[in-house]
Design a binder for this molecule. Sequence first.
Ligand code: FAD
Length: 287
Amino acid sequence: MPNAVEPPVASPSSLQDAYALLAKGGYRPIAGGTDLMVQLTGEIGEPPERVLDISRLDRLRGIERNAGWLVIGALTTYTELRRSPLIAELLPALAEAAATIGAAQIQQRGTLGGNIANASPAGDTLPILLATDARIVVGSGRQERTIPATEFWIGYRTTARADDELVLRVEVPLVSDRRVRFRKIGTRRAQAISKVVMALSWSADGRAGAWRNVRLALGSVAERPIRAWETEAILEGARPDEETAERAVAALAAEIHPIDDVRSTAEYRRAVATRVLHRLIREEGSR
Ligand SMILES: Cc1cc2nc3c(=O)[nH]c(=O)nc-3n(C[C@H](O)[C@H](O)[C@H](O)COP(=O)(O)OP(=O)(O)OC[C@H]3O[C@@H](n4cnc5c(N)ncnc54)[C@H](O)[C@@H]3O)c2cc1C
């Protein structure tokens, strides 16, 4: 057991103070701590030198509708997502995803901003953010900037966020006829890291029944959460029938590059990802 030394903790109550501390370097933000606390002993990953407790930054809280956007503060917990009437109305797939994360204890503490910044390829909310064209707002003493979700997770546990930036909020564009489906495959119903996680969104094209604006995003099948662009191209303009499902599955099998690890094999992940997609398409076709 490594001889862990408790890192010093700062708990600013204003964003400006938080930014000033981050600019000094050496500080790692802590929100719910469900990922970071595991690293404090040094047994998993590099323990932080100093910890910046962001829980008093009230500007990072809240869920609201702002013109054509659903705006979710970075400190929003999974329990808050599950209980929010606004999420239930505007993006129920996110409440569904929140309900699959860890179990009640983790959902009470863990935050959406933490899931985003932690950047695990298995982060369960991330495919939903990719599939809904969400954007992530980050801030530092220098500026606030908005990063499309598609440009945020750039490599294995690597993001477009600089070390002195905080994730402030997520903005999801509201599209009136958009449908979003979410599926997570894990070993158990709770406390299970995803073997495959998928979000699919589309708009139904009236009488023709064809899908438009299709977005397909997956986690745990590559080094980072990804959009499956080639599979989307197959689905775009197609009707959700057996033939479409077969073509989409062939495209997806070629497009994803899962790995073997302690949770699953690459072969299993590929088989499950394609079967889940096949079933989602057929379910929608039979409605
Ligand atoms: C038992 C257990 C089960 C879990 N199950 C799941 C699961 O099913 N699905 C899943 O996706 N995850 C799961 N997790 C991982 C974790 O709970 C989530 O990733 C959670 O969202 C992390 O949020 P947090 O607020 O606790 O982050 P923290 O631990 O506080 O921080 C995580 C990382 O993000 C950074 N960070 C946090 N907030 C910000 C911010 N606003 N700006 C900049 N950087 C920030 C921190 O510096 C740190 O690097 C599990 C963890 C445990 C311990």
